[in-house]
Design a protein around this ligand. Structure first.
Ligand code: ZN
Length: 292
């Protein structure tokens, strides 16, 4: 089985990006897996702190690992936005393939200091169990929501000056040793209610990629236009996070199932609408990220 690091490099060489989709139950994970398998592309399933509290840390690991082993398929588990060293360690110990330390809201020095400790811990653990756990760092604040938004969240970088600066990113990567990095390039977490999300700064992505030399991750993928995604991948984005969009698909799919048969009580029937809606949404994104 290829490691996630190898998959990221391989997809980038093909001019494609890997999709990262969040789940908080087995139905969503099944839908993500089925979508990836239909297209034959590697995929990352992620759980935020809230999502992993809901499904269980060990349970998330067991579910993803069982799919990977039973189908010999490149599906990986990421600990999405993790805000403390303790919780990063917890996810690494539980068997996650990758973790994100999110210190984007902290002063730079503090962000660097904690991210560095996360990298050291992941390296030690990887060496002792013979695996390759990746650590992603975050530089530049893009909000924390996975909801439909009325407006751009306060404090989010929307001007070039407020977005991630190439020199700062170089320093961050060099001093922390992170394997992946998520910059602020005009993207926001969450999805604006009635209009597309703001445009990405494609030239900045290019500059950050050239300067940092590590794979770049794009968060807040829900609501970004298809043209922006395609340009961002070409400019150097290797991994793209989608959450809000599939949460919405899940809820609407379940509602449609229930509306169709208001007396249905079998979960595998009334949940199936949600599963199909998520699969379709994930498949659409993965097709786009594959450049087809
Ligand atoms: Zn994110």
């Amino acid at each position: 089985m290829k490691t996630l690091r190898e998959c990221v490099a391989e997809r980038a060489a093909q001019g494609a990006a890997i999709g990262h989709f969040n789940f908080s139950d087995s139905e969503q994970l099944t839908a993500i897996f089925n979508a990836a398998r239909t297209l034959g592309v590697p995929v990352v399933a992620g759980v935020s702190e809230g999502e992993r509290d809901f499904i269980g840390l060990a349970q998330a690991v067991a579910l993803v690992r069982s799919l990977r082993e039973a189908h010999d398929y490149p599906i990986y588990l990421n600990a999405d936005h993790t805000y403390s060293l303790e919780r990063v360690k917890e996810a690494i110990d539980a068997g996650f393939d990758a973790v994100i330390f999110d210190g984007a809201k902290l002063p730079l020095e503090e962000n660097i200091a904690i991210a560095k400790q996360c990298v050291e811990y992941a390296k030690e653990r990887s060496a002792s169990i013979g695996t390759d756990i990746l650590v992603e760092g975050e530089l530049g604040y893009i909000g924390t929501s996975s909801k439909l938004l009325e407006g751009i969240p306060e404090g989010t970088a929307v001007t070039r000056e407020a977005m991630t600066h190439p020199d700062e990113l170089v320093r961050f990567v060099k001093e922390t040793g992170v394997d992946l990095v998520a910059p602020s390039v005009g993207n926001i977490h969450g999805m604006l209610k009635d209009v597309p999300n703001p445009h990405l700064d494609i030239a900045l992505i290019q500059e950050l990629k050239r300067a940092s030399g590590v794979p770049l991750v794009l968060h807040g993928g829900s609501g970004i236009t298809e043209d922006d995604f395609t340009a961002a991948i070409k400019a150097g984005i290797s991994l793209i996070h989608i959450n809000t969009e599939i949460r919405l698909a899940y809820r609407r799919g379940i509602e449609a199932s229930l509306a169709q048969d208001v007396d249905e009580v079998a979960p595998y029937r009334f949940m199936s609408g949600g599963l199909h809606a998520v699969k379709e949404a994930v498949e659409n994104r993965l097709r786009l990220f594959s450049g087809s």
